[in-house]
Design a protein around this ligand. Structure first.
Ligand code: ADP
Ligand code: ZN
Length: 429
């Protein structure tokens, strides 16, 4: 049933383990140039921690702190102890580097293997990693986890859909790791090539690395004829394998023996009431080379109250709604791209891709949404298309409270970049 007995540890024992590991993490962190300063300034020692609540006495670590310490200021051990580095993809600015000792890599692979087991993958599966290798953690992170679980692992990398299909067919691939925007594109590719996904051996897709809505998950499941599970992680906390969906598909279990998670109000820094949305803050509990304390991820989510039907005791978070810095302010209204995605993807006429453009008209900020329309609808007559355009604009206005310009475009006319999708283009300056 479970990969590791720790997954069902009673809460009290789990929290006791967290306290013990947090104390140890603080003693390690005091060896890093950065934390030796900040923790000493705050007069923190391992003894400052008596319960998990005491985490709130520790200072936050931000992405800017990491940048200011680039490259080595966060390391707790001599450089010769490290065997690998990754860098975040730099979606929101300069990259930051993350370093791993051999023990860190082993721990990460185990967490990843546990995550995969949680959504039903077994050693008899063949896993094709369709995410980019290189500095992005979704390559090697998934790869070593899959090997640790014992799966035959196909390091396909991203792109080249034709070859992906051939590998899937030739090696009887049952599991794909693929980022959601590529999965949508890949499904469209199969359709065009006349390949029936039901005839492929794939049964599970791990999708993550970028925000996506429940509508997108359902579409991926239908189009690729498999079960899709949400996978969450970030380079600063190893990479993938931080939180993962179980087969209940109702929120992602955060591996709390390895990460201490908090959800805070980004303004006040205080914990939000259970179940409310806020910024995810994470502390490493099992990393020795570069543990981070109270790292502000800027990702927005909430705890899902209650127990999970799978029996695991580790708390669940809801799918990530986006990053705090994704928020758009148009005509004084706060808008998240995922609200737009959710509205669009609920409409059957809408195809696989969309793009949000911000522009200025006179002194007013405006928002334009380019929407790919499925081929069979695009061939409809003008009047019907205008009706659809109006309907999309109205639905969007109901959701975001601002009326956007809506432009219907042909499927696959919005350029697809390799790696994470860029959903918003700002044309205002
Ligand atoms: P970058 O911050 O440059 O994109 P990473 O590759 O480390 O660098 O990406 C981590 C980020 O990707 C997370 O902080 C989060 O914003 C996003 N992310 C990862 N997994 C998911 C997921 N399952 N759902 C939504 N967003 C995700
Ligand atoms: Zn569960």
């Amino acid at each position: 049933m479970y990969f590791d007995p720790v997954e069902t540890l009673p809460r009290a024992e789990l929290e006791a383990l967290q306290v013990k590991r947090l104390k140890h993490t603080i003693s390690l962190a005091l060896h890093a140039p950065y934390y030796s300063k900040t923790l000493s300034n705050a007069q923190i020692t391992p003894n400052s921690i008596q319960s998990v609540e005491d985490i709130q006495r520790l200072p936050f670590t931000t992405k800017d702190d990491l940048r200011s310490q680039y490259p080595y200021g966060m390391l707790c051990k001599p450089l010769e102890e490290f065997v690998r580095l990754h860098a975040s993809s730099g979606t929101t600015g300069n990259p930051t580097a993350v370093f791993y000792t051999q023990a860190d890599l082993d721990e990460w692979a185990s967490l990843m293997a546990r995550s995969m087991y949680t959504c039903g993958i077994r050693k008899s599966d063949v896993l094709q990693n369709m995410a980019g290798y290189g500095l992005f953690t979704g390559g090697l992170g998934i790869h070593y986890g899959s090997e640790r679980l014992g799966c035959l692992t196909v390091p396909a990398g991203a792109g080249n859909s034709k070859r992906q299909v051939k590998l899937i067919q030739d090696f009887n691939v049952t599991v794909a790791h693929i980022i959601p925007s590529y999965a949508m594109y890949f499904a469209e590719f199969l359709k065009q090539e006349g390949i029936d996904p039901a005839g492929l051996p794939l049964r599970i897709a791990l999708i993550g690395a970028e925000p996506h809505t429940e509508e997108i998950r359902r579409r991926i499941e239908e189009m690729l004829h498999l079960k899709a599970y949400n996978s969450y992680g970030l380079s600063e906390m190893n990479g993938p394998g931080v939180a993962f969906e179980c087969t209940e598909q109702n929120g992602m279990h955060v591996w709390e023996d390895a990460f201490l998670i908090e959800i805070i109000d980004p303004e006040t820094g205080r914990h939000v009431p259970e179940g409310e949305v806020g910024e995810v803050v994470m502390t490493n509990l099992t990393r020795e080379g570069m543990p981070l304390i109270r790292y502000r991820t800027r990702d927005l989510s909430r705890f899902i109250p209650g127990e999970c039907g799978c029996g695991r005791t580790h708390r669940r978070i809801d799918r990530i709604q986006g990053r705090a810095d994704d928020m758009l302010i148009i005509k004084g209204v706060n808008i998240y791209p995922m609200q737009i995605e959710q509205t669009l993807m609920a409409l059957p006429e809408v195809g696989q891709n969309y793009l949000i453009e911000l522009f200025r008209e006179g002194v007013m900020d405006q928002i334009r949404v380019k929407v790919e329309i499925r081929e069979e609808f695009f061939e409809e007559d003008m009047r019907k298309l205008q009706g659809l355009q109006k309907r999309i604009a109205t639905r969007l206005r109901d959701e975001i409270l601002v009326t956007p310009r809506v432009e219907l475009v042909q499927s696959e006319s919005i350029p697809k970049t390799e790696g994470k999708a860029k959903r918003v283009v700002d044309l205002r300056d």
